[in-house]
Design a protein around this ligand. Sequence first.
Ligand SMILES: *[C@@H]1O[C@H](CO)[C@@H](O)[C@H](O)[C@H]1NC(C)=O
Length: 507
Amino acid sequence: MKLLVVLSLVIVAIQGANVRHQRQFPDDFLFGAATAAYQIEGAWNEDGKGENIWDHMIHTNPNVIRDVTNGDVAADSYHNYKRDVEMMRELGLDAYRFSLSWPRILPTGMANEVNPAGIAFYNNYIDEMLKYNITPMVTLYHWDLPQKLQDLGGFANPLISDWFEDYARVVFENFGDRVKMFITFNEPREICYQGYGGDLKAPILNSTAMGTYLCGKHLLIAHAKAYHMYNKEFKPTQGGQCGITISVNWFGPATDSAEDQMAAEIKRQGEWGIYAHPIFSSEGGFPKEFSERVAEKSAQQGYRRSRLPEFTEEEKTLVKGASDFFGVNHYTARLVSATLYKEAVPVPSLLDDMDVGHNAPDDWATSASSWLVLAPNSIFNALKHLKERYNNPNFYVTENGWSTYYETGLMDDGRVTYYRASMESLLNCLDDGINLKGYMAWSLMDNFEWMQGYVERFGLYQVDFSDPARTRTPRKSAFVYKHIIKHRAVDYEYEPESLVMTIDEGH
Ligand SMILES: *[C@@H]1O[C@H](CO)[C@@H](O)[C@H](O)[C@H]1NC(C)=O
């Protein structure tokens, strides 16, 4: 009897191990890599491109960037786009997510003047991908607003929704015959909280009381107008999809107490629920508990109305359901406490409105970025929550990646560990029935990491920023990712024989 039990345990263990190795991604699962215009393109003032808010901020105040660099040249993809596509082929990517520079297409931000050189550049980039069966996934806005629109208030001005709709129409008219996946905005939280409510991204407005919320509401309306316009004017003939990407890191409770569970919920609502709920929930509008908290604090602070603006019923209806998929940028997680780990924050502000603390346990591996730690199974935790809350829409992980320092060089084992952990978490999502359709690694190559300049590197390919040719060299993680894509599975034993990259047949 004992022997039988032991034997069956051994069999179960062997089966378990096999399942772990056999778990596969479906053939139509879209594997890709991602970048953003300002971070890679360079050519900041070439061929008629207008000034964006990063050009303006850094040229006016270079010291806001950690290593006093900028994106004037970056990885120079404007001149190296063919090499970029060659890298996609080397990796065997199914898809490539990149963004369009609004002021490269519309130098003043407005649609009265379209820059033909800007259109030509993106046509070339797209056509080069399509030549090799790589699906372009195009983000319309990844943080580089035309400065002329910022001068008019940017996302604090409700008219941004009309300006964005006009820009989006130019994009769909010019590229929608070949591009079938559009993302309107990349990461509303980073645009609105970091750029308007704080001083962590351009335009560093630091308008802590209301900046985040005004921007959030206007951005959501801009997204919805562009979405409906695509649906009405372009989808019938072009047949593509239009969605949005929201940064969704995981926030679980530090303990099982009711207080900590509520704290985690408030954190989730304040960090990403205020952008996700109006679009993906069945009731629409900003999430309830967080709205009540801001209203209460606003009243205590002497405001005559909540600092979180209401949506009219018409606006609520416009925004609700306005997305064909949910793009999730996911990197990390924190444990949230109602009482512990709190830091001094400005009052009033989003952080004060949430009024919770968070922590990362010491045994979660750390990266080159202070905010980025490897949390166990966190893609699954985030997507499982979104699935349940928002009725399992189609999901794409549109960014996920790991930072190293330049000094780490090509043998980036920390990134390899991170990507393999991500793959296991993605497979857990698929096993759970989450409608997850694809995954974009951040990033195809090293690039200008915003306020961190070139200090923190996220590339599968290293870029030599001291070389005028901006030579790209694959890291170990590039080979590991290529192996995963090719076999649709994670092989923990795999080690590249050398770091010499070639293009496989059929790519
Ligand atoms: C933003 O505001 C906070 C306080 O509200 C202040 O500590 C910080 O220095 C400000 N940042 C800038 C760039 O002015």
